[in-house]
Design a protein around this ligand. Sequence first.
Ligand code: NIG
Ligand code: FE
Length: 387
Amino acid sequence: MTTLIRGIGELFTNDPTWGDRFGIIHGAAVEESDGVITWVGLDSDPEATAREAAADEVIDAYGQAIIPAFVDSHTHIAFAGDRADEFAARMRGEKYAAGGIRSTVAATRAATDDQLRANLVVAMEELANHGTATVEIKSGYGLDVETEARLCRLAKEFTDEVTFLGAHVVPAEYAGREDDYVELVCTEMLAACAPYAKWIDVFCETGAFTVEQSRRVLQAGIAAGLRPRIHASQLQAGEGVALAVELGAASVDHGTYLTDSDIELLAASDTVVTVLPGVEFSTKHPYPNARDLIDRGITVAISTDCNPGSSYTASMAFCIALAVREMGMTPAEAVWAATAGGARALRRDDVGVIRPGAQALFTALSAPSHIHLAYRPGTHLTTPLFF
Ligand code: NIG
Ligand code: FE
């Protein structure tokens, strides 16, 4: 089955063949066949007309913009329960703390597979409606062997990008025995989860895991064949970034409180910084300076961090608008970060880009340019075009 999309007012390819790294083509056409992009070109090229004659289906974009479907490299959508009251309390001045995670753990442990699967279906539909086709899903609301393995198994039904985050926080029953919990994560829990997971993650933060505990968790995951990524410097500066760079982590996520030495280490590495503007919005922490990171040559990705505690949104467009308004990114940099940047954070080159050979995962905008994603915040502009 071959589809040709014509009349694209602005095609945001992320393919440097078309000029700079954003690869924006005005007046474009794109062809896909069985889910793979087979041709990208100018709509005025006679080739477009020749391909139209051979296509099974032709779609007219009526001058609107098309971008690569978003790549959300950081979500925690495998959960049950609700923490709206916690959000309301924060808006009254209470502080966000890692311990809130435990309330989602109680609800998640009590949920059946069918309930958790139904929640995942809803979240994945929300993400797709907001233009996201590639989704990373973390475990981390089970914190016992059985529930963590359930979460990884269920997540794997929805994505190949499953992350084992047994080291999210120490569960209440291990209070005062933190190292025993780390031992469990690194042995029995890892063994039960690794068959479903691709990534190992740890929340390296005061109130969660120390840098020594985090190193143990990541090294155990690596030894089991998983690839490292980390939650670091979300609530205060710490040593998590240095650990991530040392271990060659694909991404450091949050980076709300990066130090100068963190930034130097990151600039000399290929570790991506994944910023999560929904978290600063929802926790009232200060937004990190993505402008500075980009100017220092660091690859920046944007993700939603969709989770019931610190950032309950599936809208990448909302996160793009925040990154532009609050983190110093241009609209083009923010779209790149939410597509190609997310792909880099997952070490993928087949998504987040519109070029022949890549997956035919597009997001059509009800707008003539990508700028509208930040210019018209809160307006639903995205339509998934996933082949
Ligand atoms: O990425 N930082 C740790 N984990 C999540 C929050 C989880 C929660 O509050 O439930 C995050 O922000
Ligand atoms: Fe997170």
